[in-house]
Design a protein around this ligand. Sequence first.
Ligand SMILES: [Fe+2]
Ligand SMILES: [Fe+2]
Length: 162
Amino acid sequence: MSQAAIFERIKQDHDCHRELLGKLAETSGDSEERRTLFEELTKELKGHAAAEEQSLYAEMLAVPDATDETRHSVAEHHEIDEMLNDLAATDMSSPGWLIKFKELDHRYRHHIDEEEEDHFPDFADKIDEELDKKMTASFNERKPVEKAEAEITPEAEEDAKE
Ligand SMILES: [Fe+2]
Ligand SMILES: [Fe+2]
């Protein structure tokens, strides 16, 4: 099912993330705007990744042909979480914040492009209508809950490795 509803739903979120990243790149210093947008980005990205794992990836992990790609994506979710936490631990008014933000921006755009262009087309023939409905319902149910529960957790990257 290349036109599966779950892919369309996830892509909607990805487009919202691209827009948020674009807006954040325009902010400067320790401003109210940068704080608000960064909080929204963190909750969106963490909530999205959790809902994606609980709906799409939980099912794909069980499909032998899709296991490797699933593991790859889940590992990237963990990396992105660590980058968000490291950014939260960085002074917003320092030049280092924007440098780290740009690394995250690059990493995250690569992640969602890879999902859309490589993983989803590979998953398409493993999904029938029933599974598509189940995963879409699960994603829609989990996303708002996970987003509301997601937290800004400042942790410098060197501490995360310990
Ligand atoms: Fe993802
Ligand atoms: Fe995604």
